[in-house]
Design a protein around this ligand. Sequence first.
Ligand code: LMR
Length: 392
Amino acid sequence: MFEQLELAPADPILGLTDAFRRDPRPEKVNLGVGAFFDDEGKVPSLQSVRRAEQILAENDSDRSYLPILGAPRYGELVRELLLGDASGARAVTAQAPGGTGALRVAADFIARHRPGRVWLSDPTWANHGAIFRAAGLETVSYRYYDATSHGVDIEGALTALRGAAPGDVVLFHGSCHNPTGCDPDQAGWEALAALQAERGFFTLFDVAYQGFGDGLTEDVQGLRAFVKRGAPMFIASSFSKNFSLYNERVGALTFVGGSEDEALRVASQLKIAVRTNYSNPPRHGAALVTCVLDDAELRRTWEAEVTGMRARLKELRGSFVAALKAAGAARDFEFILGQKGMFSYTGLSAAEARRLTEDHGVYLVSSGRINVAGLTSRSLEYVARAVARVVS
Ligand code: LMR
C-alpha cells in the first residue's frame, strides 16, 4: 500500500543526533540538538530531581489517570514561575507532554477557534512552522534578526508586526531565542507589548529555557510586560531543559485571559484539544517537578542547579571565543559572548556547516546554530580549530 510513498526527510534537528550516532569517528562532536550537557558530555541528572525520585518512590504509587488538564497543583506552580502573582483567576494551565505538546494543543485550539495567520520570527525553531502547519494554520515570518549586527532588529520586528491583523497570532520566544540566542531588551519588549495593545493580535510565548539566560525571574520579564498590559496570551512552557527532564516530556500550556469566565471557557475547549490528542498527560515528570518546587529545600537546590547550568553556558561562550581566536579564525566571533542560553547563531553558512560535519565530524544545524552546551573542555579546541579551517 505504501510502496511508492515518498521518503520523508530527516528531522533538521533530531535527525542530526541519528547521524551523529552512526558516525564512527571518535573525535565527533554533537552541537546539534538543544540539550544541556555537562563537561563529560552527559545530560545531567539533577540532585533535586534524584531526591524527588526517592520521595515519590517511597510515598506515592498512584497509577490512575490524571484529569484532562493535568494535576492542578502542577498548573499552579507553572503559573507561579511564569507569571509571579500577576495572573490570578484569569489564567488556566493544561499540563502537556513537553513544550512541543503544549504548542500543538495551542495550534489545534487556534485552528478551531481563532484561525488567523501565525507570525514566526525569522529565524525561529525549526519545528515551529511545521507544528502550526500540521494543525492547518498559515504561517508567516516577521523580521527579527540582523545578521550584520548579530542582534535583534527591534525596529524591523515592530515594522513587520504592524502588518499583523487582530485575528493573527504572534509567537515570541520568552528568552534565549532559538536559534539566535538574541532577545529583545526590556525596552524592546515594552515596545512589542505596546504594539500588541494597539494592533490587538493574539500572543503566544514559547518559554523553553527559563533560567538559562539571566535568571528564572529575569527570563520572563518580556512576557510579564504583555501580561501587565492585560494582553491575552498562550504560554507554552517546558521543564525539559531547566529540570534536565528531556525524556519525561514535562511541559504546560497556560492561557492568560481577561477574566475568570474567559479562562474557564478556554479551559473547557482545551480539554477537547487534549482529549483528542493524547487524552490526558503523563504523570511522572510533572510529579517530580511538583515535588521539587513544593519543597523549600529542594527548590533551593534546584535553583542553585539552574544557576550552575547558566554559569557553565556563559563560561563556555568565553572559552569558545578565546579558542577561536587562538586557532586563528579569520572571522570575528566576539558577538557569541552577547548571546544567551544554549544556542549560538554562529553566522556559519549551510555550506560551512556541511564541511564541519563532513570533514571534521562536528554536527550542527544547517542554519549555523550550535548548541554551546555540547562543547566540553576536551572538544572545545578541536571544534575551534575545525571552525577556523572552515572559515579561512
Ligand atoms: C532544539 O531546538 O534543539 C530543542 O528544542 C530540541 C528539539 O526538540 O528540537
